[in-house]
Design a protein around this ligand. Sequence first.
Ligand SMILES: [Zn+2]
Length: 272
Amino acid sequence: MKRFLIAAALVAVAVGLVVGLRRWIHHAQLELVPVLVMPGADAHAVVDPPPSAIATRMMLDARELVTRPSRPRLAVLTFDDGPYPVETPALADELARLHVPADFFLIGRDALQQPAIAHRLASSGNETGNHSMTHPEMSTLAYDAQRAEIDAGAVAVNATTGQRVAYFRPPHGNYDENTIKAALDLGETVALWNDDPGDWRTLSPDAIAKLAADQARAPVVILLHDGKDATIDALPAIVAEFRSAGYRFVTLSELQKDVPVDEINDPIRVSL
Ligand SMILES: [Zn+2]
C-alpha cells in the first residue's frame, strides 16, 4: 500500500510538471507575438518561432518573476477600419476633446471614398496607417496578391492623408508568413497590439473599458475599431483609467522614439 502511494504521488508530481511545463511553453508562445515587426525581421520566425526563441522567452518569463523590468507607462490607442462619413468625425471629435492622439489604420478603398475625413485625421495630431486596400483575409491570398493589397492601401492612404504610411496592420488580425514578408518588403512595419478589449463584438462601453483595463501592459497598444458607437462612448473611461494609473497617450511612432522595439515587444503586465 505504501509503495502504491509513493508511486501514485510520483505520477501526480510528474503529471503536474508536464502540465506546468506545457502551460509555461504556451504562455511563452503567446508572449512571443510581437507588437511591432520591423523591416529586416525574419518573417518565418515571427509566424513560427523556433524552439530557441521559445526557450529564450521562457527564461525571460522566469527572470521576470524575480525582477520585474521597468517599462514606461505609455499608451497607444489604435483604431482599425474606415474612414466612415459619420462615425469617424465623431470619433475624431471625442479624441480631440480628450486631448488624446491615436493611430488610425485606414482601409485604402474607404480613404479614397472619404478623402477629406482621412486628411482631417492626419492633420489633427493623429497618425494614419495602412489596413490594406479592400480588407481581405490576407492568409487566403498568395504573396503577390497580398503585396498588391498592402501596396495599393499605402498609396491610397498616403494620397488622401498627406502622411507617409509607416505601419501596416493586417485585417482581422489575420496574417501568415507572406503577409509579414510583403509588408516588410514594402518597407512597412507590421503593427499588432497587446491589449484587445474585443470591441468588434456587441459590447457595452463599460465592458469595453473594463476589458481594456484588465489587459493593461506597459507600454500598452490597444486594439479598437472605428465605426462603433460603443467604442466612442468607452473612450472617456479608458482614457481616465489609464491616465489615473500614470499613463501618457502617444502615437505608435512617438512610442517607438521613446522605447526600444525589444521593450515594446516585451511589455510588463500592470494592474490598474
Ligand atoms: Zn479591420
